[in-house]
Every structure is written in structure tokens, then in C-alpha cells.
Design a protein around this ligand. Structure first.
Ligand SMILES: Nc1ncnc2c1ncn2[C@@H]1O[C@H](COP(=O)(O)OP(=O)(O)OP(=O)(O)O)[C@@H](O)[C@H]1O
Ligand SMILES: [Mg+2]
Length: 276
């Protein structure tokens, strides 16, 4: 048995391929407005994301970024196409992914700590180690001492940080984050991006990260997916080939500057940005 075990260990991929894989194949999503008019939010989107990859999605407001994320999470149903997570067809809510929604969905009747521990309770995971993890996470986002507070007593940025801790508490192999830093002040935002990068370098979970910040996308990602206006389609995918950790110096790297510039030019072509 000892031998078998070590053989299995040898075959185990390095820690850098821990995450889940995602495959979107010709995925379209059509909503109906309250009046019943059709809205084509996504039009035949295809994208493959590898295990342990950090992929950001940028695009104009209303282009279908949140829709794409909720489709991967299995929280809304696609109109057509295929969505696979770890090779399995997504038919309903997927288990075990950490999700940060654009608008935080904290449970107002649970205190901060019990909000963070919600996925642990739902999945019946071991309590003691996760309690320690939850407390660590809260400390790392500057919320020690707030464990017993209720969401109504927190600022928007604090609520968002609680949501991020909740998504991370179970060490998910897949992290889906929709504008997770949107409600944070600029300094906290920069620090949280640095911390997320560190966490990702340690855990190598697969991350799908939606952001309105081109710089943030380039700084954090292996690839940046640029979407066009509704109906959302993929306009371009940029590989960000820069060593990590990427700190303040990385922002001056010619590769960083060129990637940011290329994405800006896309947005200019789409009429979302104009030259000053
Ligand atoms: N439940 C819904 N019913 C009808 N239309 C919807 C629904 N959800 C989204 N839409 C429409 O689908 C399109 C894409 O919405 P989505 O929220 O995915 O965009 P987004 O890229 O995340 O935008 P933002 O950057 O503003 O968050 C929008 O035109 C929106 O009005
Ligand atoms: Mg959105």
C-alpha cells in the first residue's frame, strides 16, 4: 500500500494545477424583459479555461459578464450551447465553487462570522478548522473584531469583504468573482488585489474574475477576455505573459503597458472610450 501511495503521489500533478476546468461551447443566453421582449445577452460564446488559470473578463456595462458567470455557476440556465465544469455538464447550481456576486448577498440575520461560515454549514464540512480559516480570512481583510456584527451594521466595502471571505473559506477549486472590489476604496482595492494574487499563487484555484478595471485585469490574469457590447461576444483574448508576483513595478513593465493599451484600443473601437 505504501508503494501504491507513493506512486499515486508521483502521478499527482504539481500544486499548480489544482483548479477546475471550464469549457463554454457556443453558449447563448436570451432573457425576456418584464414586457416579454427578448434580450440576447450572450451570443455563441466559446471559451476554454484551464485548471488553475486566472482569467479576467472585461467589457462594457450590459455586455453579459454577470450572465456568463452565473451560467458557469449553474444559477441561470443557458438558452443554447454547452457548459462543462471539470468535464461535467452544468445542469444546475454547481457545488463547491466560491462565488462573489456583483451585489453582495449576505444574510442579514446572520452575523459576519456565520455569513462567512455559511458554505461550510451547507456542505457539512468540518467545523473547527474552517472556523480558524474564517477568522484568519476576516483578519486578512481587516475585519477582526467584526465577527459578531450584523451586515446592516457594515459599510458597503465591509460587506463586500465579508462576501470575499465567504467565497474563500472552503478553499474552492473554482472561484467566480463578479466585480469583487467594486465597492472598495482605491487603497483597499489595491491591497485586496495584491492579497488575491498571493492567495492564487498559493492555492492555484481556477479564477474567473470580472472587473471594470483594465489595469487590475492585466495585473492579476493569465488571460484577459475582452467582450463586445450586447449581445456579448468575445472580441479578443490577451495572454499576459509576465512573471509573478506582479507588484507596483509590474505596472511599469512594457508588457503591462502594451496589454493595457491594447484593451483600451478595443474599447475605443467599440465606442466606449474616446481619445481625450
Ligand atoms: N434577469 C434578466 N432579465 C432580463 N434581462 C436581463 C436579466 N439579467 C440581465 N439582463 C440583460 O442582459 C444583459 C447582460 O446583463 P449582465 O448583467 O450580464 O451584464 P454585465 O456585463 O454584467 O453588466 P455590468 O457591467 O453593468 O454589471 C443586459 O442587457 C441586461 O439588461
Ligand atoms: Mg455585471
Amino acid at each position: 500500500m505504501g508503494l501504491d501511495h507513493s506512486a499515486a503521489l508521483l502521478k499527482t500533478p504539481a500544486a499548480d494545477v489544482r483548479g477546475a476546468t471550464i469549457s463554454l461551447q457556443n453558449v447563448s443566453k436570451r432573457y425576456a424583459t418584464l414586457r416579454g421582449d427578448p434580450v440576447l445577452a450572450l451570443d455563441k460564446v466559446s471559451l476554454d479555461i484551464g485548471a488553475g488559470e486566472f482569467v479576467s473578463i472585461v467589457g462594457p456595462s450590459g455586455c453579459g459578464k454577470s450572465t456568463l458567470m452565473t451560467l458557469i455557476a449553474g444559477l441561470v440556465s443557458k438558452t443554447s450551447g454547452r457548459i462543462l465544469v471539470d468535464g461535467l455538464d452544468v445542469q444546475g447550481p454547481i457545488r463547491g465553487a466560491g462565488v462573489v456576486f456583483q451585489k453582495d448577498v449576505l444574510m442579514e440575520w446572520r452575523n459576519v462570522l456565520r455569513n462567512v461560515l455559511l458554505p461550510v454549514e451547507v456542505r457539512g464540512l468540518e467545523k473547527a478548522s474552517h472556523l480558524a480559516k474564517a477568522q484568519d480570512l476576516l483578519r486578512s481583510v481587516g475585519l477582526s473584531g467584526f465577527e459578531e456584527r450584523y451586515p446592516a451594521e457594515l459599510s458597503g466595502g465591509m460587506r463586500q469583504r465579508v462576501s470575499i471571505c465567504r467565497a474563500l473559506v472552503q478553499n474552492p477549486a473554482l472561484l467566480l468573482m463578479d466585480e469583487p472590489f467594486g465597492a472598495l476604496d482605491a487603497l483597499t482595492r489595491e491591497q485586496m488585489a495584491t492579497d488575491l494574487q498571493k492567495m492564487w499563487m498559493r492555492e492555484r484555484s481556477t479564477v474567473v474574475f470580472i472587473t471594470h478595471s483594465i489595469e487590475e485585469a492585466v495585473l492579476l490574469s493569465d488571460r484577459v477576455v475582452v467582450m463586445s457590447s450586447r449581445p456579448g461576444q468575445i472580441a479578443d483574448i490577451l495572454e499576459i505573459d509576465m512573471p509573478r508576483p506582479r507588484g507596483a513595478e509590474a505596472r511599469k513593465d512594457p508588457r503591462f503597458v502594451a496589454s493595457v493599451d491594447a484593451i483600451r484600443r478595443h474599447f475605443m473601437a467599440l465606442g466606449i472610450l474616446s481619445e481625450s
